[in-house]
Write a new protein. Structure first.
Length: 265
């Protein structure tokens, strides 16, 4: 059976406390204000879209609709409409994730965890999972890469309003540089494009110090030293010189032996 094909289900009225949450729920946070608003609507109008459940271990287990279930409990409903489906673990996980993906309000890290868990449950490759989920394989791979970011930094991204692209950008940096980069992005309110350029700059090699420009008189002096060293060596005196340029000055060291032998014949 196609994991996304819903067989005809039976409508039941169940007490909310008789329904266990899905162990594959991708969402880890639920906004209290949003749930309160939904609960108020349910008290006024009833639950317009039933939740979906399956039988598991002698009880009912949620397949999709955890927000609605929580809101019904807040509203104090004694019974809620549920559609019963006979689904495998793999089908249950996939359908729950798809519902969240279609709502498009999962945060990117919850979404990545949900994708990882479904792929593990299916025991398939990323390419196969992408085909099943109707996603491009590079898109799926990019979402999974987000889990390489440490969890405290994931929370920082969410709390600071940084996007998935901000998070992906810092993954190009060594782990020890990521926290500082994210703080800078948040403090400067960088756009995703600016964040990419910022990371690129951090990865660029340090600029080499500019050589000290030589004015005409300095060049004449240096040429004079070089000419003197050349004359001494041509006449059998093993003189030598070394030059070092630093910020603001040039340093010359000249070595002339004090007991040079006679010039060769």
């Amino acid at each position: 059976m196609n994991p996304f094909e819903k067989p005809n289900g039976r409508l039941l009225l169940l007490a909310p406390n008789k329904i266990d949450p899905s162990p594959w729920q991708a969402r880890t946070s639920f906004e209290t204000a949003e749930l309160s608003a939904l609960a108020a609507s349910i008290r006024e109008n009833g639950l317009l879209q039933p939740v979906t459940v399956r039988r598991a271990d002698g009880r009912f287990q949620l397949i999709a609709g955890e927000r609605r279930l929580r809101a019904c409990m807040m509203a104090g409903l004694e019974k809620i409409p549920c559609i019963l489906y006979e689904q495998s673990d793999a089908q249950t996980a996939a359908l729950g994730l798809l519902e969240n993906l279609q709502r498009q309000d999962l945060d990117p890290f919850d979404q990545a965890r949900g994708l990882r868990d479904v792929i593990s449950l299916w025991g398939c490759s990323q390419a196969q999972a992408a085909h099943r989920l109707g996603m491009a394989q590079p898109t799926l791979a990019n979402k999974l890469r987000l889990l390489q970011l440490a969890e405290p930094l994931q929370r920082f991204c969410l709390q600071s309003g940084l996007s998935e692209r901000h998070a992906r950008a810092v993954l190009r940096l060594p782990p020890e540089q990521r926290a500082a980069a994210l703080r800078a992005m948040a403090a400067r309110k960088m756009t995703a494009r600016t964040a990419d350029a910022y990371v690129e700059a951090l990865l660029s090699p340090a600029q080499k110090p500019k050589k000290t420009p030589m004015v005409r008189d300095v060049r004449i002096f240096i040429n004079t030293i070089n000419h003197a060293i050349r004359l001494m060596t041509e006449n059998g005196v093993p003189a030598s010189s070394t030059k070092r340029e630093a910020e603001g000055y040039i340093e010359y060291t000249v070595r002339i032996p004090v007991s040079a032998g006679p010039p060769p014949r």
